[in-house]
Design a protein around this ligand. Sequence first.
Ligand SMILES: C[S@@+](CC[C@H](N)C(=O)[O-])C[C@H]1O[C@@H](n2cnc3c(N)ncnc32)[C@H](O)[C@@H]1O
Length: 209
Amino acid sequence: MNRIEAIYSFINLDDKVVDVGCDQAKLSLMLAKRNQHSIACDISINVINKAKENIKSPLVDLRVSNGLENIKTSEADILVLSGMGTYTIIEILKNTNLRFKKIITISNNYHDTLREKLNELNYKVEEELIVKENNKYYNLILFTEGNRKYSEEEILLGLNHKDMGLYNEYLNYLLKKYNDIKKSSKDKNLKIDKMINIINNKIKNIKIN
Ligand SMILES: C[S@@+](CC[C@H](N)C(=O)[O-])C[C@H]1O[C@@H](n2cnc3c(N)ncnc32)[C@H](O)[C@@H]1O
């Protein structure tokens, strides 16, 4: 399963989807194939013009929009934010009054900050899924309305993962990454040591079905 297929797997037929930062609008094309309407928007006019040249389906509503600026209340109840950084995602959510039943993110970075900041905006982690595409790991997070108390481990490594096998593989990749950083640095780094401890603990306690 690639990233777009993974996002698609979290969307129901009656969901009203807006994909912000759609680029080639691959997700909307997949939804259109099963007869589902969606809004695909991007900040770049060039991106949207190019998508309009390639996509003729009336089920794909292509728009130029900085974040959610050109989306009206009740046009969408599911928000997709994929392939952007955590701080862009947070800015987009801070700059809107719209609320969503579900938000599906694949952020490029700082997943701990994403979990924390979205909790402050009253969106909590419902489920997570690690996706491996072209040998790279991506962290999909499904948020729903509400907030919750997270442990430090949950903030740093996520929670409620689907596909524990892939999650275990991802944790081992992270462990190697932090061990390599530790080896290459002469100074003691408490933050790295702490991450290594938390990941090791998680791997020890993980249950793979
Ligand atoms: C790397 S692409 C991701 C495409 C697709 N969502 C994916 O996951 O493969 C990021 C897209 O986000 C768009 N983008 C960046 N900031 C944005 C914003 N504030 N509002 C809307 N689109 C934005 C960029 O123009 C670019 O097309």
